[in-house]
Design a protein around this ligand. Structure first.
Ligand code: FPP
Length: 277
């Protein structure tokens, strides 16, 4: 199976798309960090009478389009849930096919990612991946390590519970060694022990294929993320719908558990007593 090279900044971007991106940028803040649960590859393929691997192959085209458009829009961090801890339970033929796709895509894209100033990083138990995958990943990570335009983070053999479990173990060791007092364990400290330590929490989480669940993704990090769930299967999720997701994000009122600006008048004790009596 061979793949077309992934072009991150594509000179063939249409005038219409450039205008659309200007509209997206003008209509509000661009999320600094977008994280995506890419779902529905298998169903997409099966609906077309094909085996599931065709869906994953087609999904690479969406990875290409979304990576390219995020970089063009000025998104700082894009995290893609490419392989979960639970995905190891799939048939070995599907796992092997996915790993082959990953190696091919990385091999084809390394130079372009680098030329376009995109830094590749990973989160997850990448030491569980086949040797070839690990080597190819390391090659692209090394090549792109100084790039600044956007950080593309692949979550591979990743789960949110694994991430939290590892952080808890490391913090426990620090406490045991007397380097941290238990009272010093706060949100920032915990975040700093997660695999995403140098990545801001996601502003926007997108999930494709109409499933309303988080599937063990960034469990700690998504505490205040905005969710965008679409019925579209991942291989059909392209930049036009990314723009819809960002428009939707721009309309959200992110209050982080506080009250809306302008509603911060303090109530007198007598008013509170009247209401609660
Ligand atoms: C979920 O669809 C998707 C995956 C488990 C893998 C995602 C992988 C790719 C898009 C290709 C390779 C990725 C990179 C970064 C090069 P599913 O199989 O769970 O679909 P279903 O819910 O319809 O069964």
């Amino acid at each position: 199976m061979s793949l077309k090279p992934l072009s991150i900044t594509d000179n063939s971007q249409t005038e219409e798309d450039k205008k659309l991106q200007e509209r997206v940028k003008a209509s509000g803040a661009i999320p600094e960090h977008i994280a995506i649960i890419m779902d529905g590859n298998g169903r997409w393929a099966q609906k077309k009478g094909n085996i599931r691997l065709f869906g994953h192959k087609a999904g690479v085209e969406s990875v290409r389009d979304i990576t390219e458009s995020c970089a063009q829009l000025g998104v700082g961090y894009l995290t893609l849930y490419a392989f979960s801890t639970e995905n190891w339970s799939r048939p070995s033929s599907e796992i092997n096919g996915l790993m082959k796709l990953l190696v091919q895509t990385l091999r084809n894209e390394a130079e372009r990612l680098n030329r376009n100033d995109i830094k590749l990083v990973t989160i997850g138990q990448t030491n569980r991946l086949p040797g070839k995958c690990q080597e190819q990943l390391q090659e692209v990570i090394d090549l792109t390590k100084d790039n600044q335009r956007m950080q593309l983070c692949l979550a591979l053999s990743y789960s949110g519970r694994w991430d939290i479990k590892e952080a808890v173990k490391s913090i426990a060791r620090e406490v045991q060694n007397g380097n941290i007092q238990p009272d010093e364990i706060d949100d920032e400290r915990i975040s700093s022990f997660l695999s995403t330590a140098r990545i801001p929490d996601p502003d926007l989480i997108i999930r494709t294929s109409g499933e309303y669940r988080i599937s063990n993704f960034l469990l700690w990090q998504l505490a205040y993320s905005e969710l965008y769930i679409t019925e579209t299967y991942w291989p059909d999720f392209r930049r036009d719908e990314l723009y819809q997701a960002i428009f939707s994000f721009q309309k959200r009122d992110r209050r982080y558990g506080k009250v809306k600006n302008g509603y911060n008048k303090s109530l007198s004790t007598s008013v509170i007593n009247q209401i609660t009596s």
